[in-house]
Design a protein around this ligand. Structure first.
Ligand SMILES: Nc1ncnc2c1ncn2[C@@H]1O[C@H](COP(=O)(O)OP(=O)(O)O)[C@@H](O)[C@H]1O
Ligand SMILES: [Mg+2]
Length: 315
């Protein structure tokens, strides 16, 4: 029997529906359940062929537990090593190298010193930074947001440099991106599962939370194709099995705004019944596919083109 597990936090609608959907397909040799951990000992297999990880971003214990699971043959969705390595700044930088349009972006040292450091730890940083060059590049209004993280937390829209300095003082030890505002005509949130299944969902971030997915943008088939290709390209380089990409269209050009969401919101109350059905069905089918392809005791993770090409140069 190949077991598929799901590891999750407070969310309820997606994990339950996912487990039920996999089991309702009655595929011989496959079953799904919520992951259960009652001990964690090094080098021992997890017992799961596939685990969908929805929570290790908030639980470091789970992240390292998943790395051992991956080492001992579990296909962890998403790859816990890559998820530990990347961040929104690096991912933006990568996009500049592979031709995916992204807003102009700078990274800003944290306003407060990280714990256990002081002024003398920062001999390599110019003080003050060349703010004029940074502001000229990014322009105002600008967005400021954490370089790692999500959930629309600590996201600021800033009108000028005075506001930047004022708000930056509120961000403590967070490392923030300062980013060009994309003034968009249309906005899309795009699910990508298995690096191949894409669902482009019109999304209006300016609406209140419960109405964001009721935007009525209707892209042409050509635009849908272009956005699909961008979504696939991003995920093929990052190597995420389960991710959402936010695209803002300015003068028809899709800019990737937020594309590191390896535990994307899948709640029926926010995405709506039709999108929820797509996510549950597609995730169930993909997990079954991964379980059937699983070769016990080997690396069953997905690795992105960035890592594969870098590693390939060393061999
Ligand atoms: N550069 C930008 N231009 C225009 N809108 C932006 C930009 N960056 C963020 N936003 C807005 O802020 C929201 C939250 O920012 P996002 O990058 O998605 O962070 P999070 O990972 O917290 O969701 C986006 O959905 C979008 O509406
Ligand atoms: Mg977002």
């Amino acid at each position: 029997m190949k077991k598929i597990g799901i590891l999750f936090g407070k969310e309820r609608s997606f994990p339950e529906a996912f487990v039920q959907r996999v089991n309702s397909k009655n595929i011989e040799g496959i079953m799904a359940e919520p992951v259960r951990i009652d001990k964690a000992l090094q080098g021992q297999p997890s017992g799961y062929s596939v685990i969908i990880d929805r929570i290790s971003q908030d639980v470091p214990f789970y992240r390292t537990w998943l790395k051992n699971a991956a080492l001992t043959g579990t296909a962890v969705i998403n790859n816990p090593f890559w998820w530990s390595a990347d961040d929104k700044y690096f991912n933006n930088c990568l996009m500049t190298q592979i031709g995916v349009p992204v807003p102009k972006t700078a990274i800003i040292p944290s306003n407060e010193h990280p714990d256990d450091t002081s002024d003398s730890s920062f001999s390599n940083l110019a003080y003050p930074l060349d703010w004029e060059a940074i502001f000229n590049e990014v322009g105002f209004p600008a967005y400021m947001k954490p370089f790692a993280g999500g959930g629309w937390k600590h996201v600021y829209r800033l009108n000028d440099k005075e506001e930047f300095f004022e708000k930056h003082r509120e961000t403590g030890q967070l490392v923030m991106l300062l980013q060009e505002e994309i003034v968009f005509e249309e906005y899309y949130r795009c699910y990508c599962i298995g690096g191949k299944y894409v669902r482009i969902m019109p999304y209006e971030p300016r609406n209140p939370h419960h109405l964001r997915y009721v935007a009525d943008f209707s892209p042409t088939p050509e635009k849908l194709q272009e956005m699909t290709e961008i979504v696939l390209k991003i995920n093929s380089y990052l190597g995420y099995d389960f991710n959402t990409v936010e695209l803002a269209l300015r003068n028809g050009v899709p800019y990737a705004i937020d594309f590191c969401n390896p535990a994307p919101d899948a709640d029926i109350k926010s995405v709506g019944a039709e999108n929820f059905e797509w996510v549950v069905e597609t995730a169930a089918n993909y997990a079954i596919e991964k379980a059937q392809a699983n070769q016990p005791g080997t690396d069953n993770l997905t690795w992105g083109r960035y890592v594969k090409e870098s590693a390939g140069r060393l061999i």
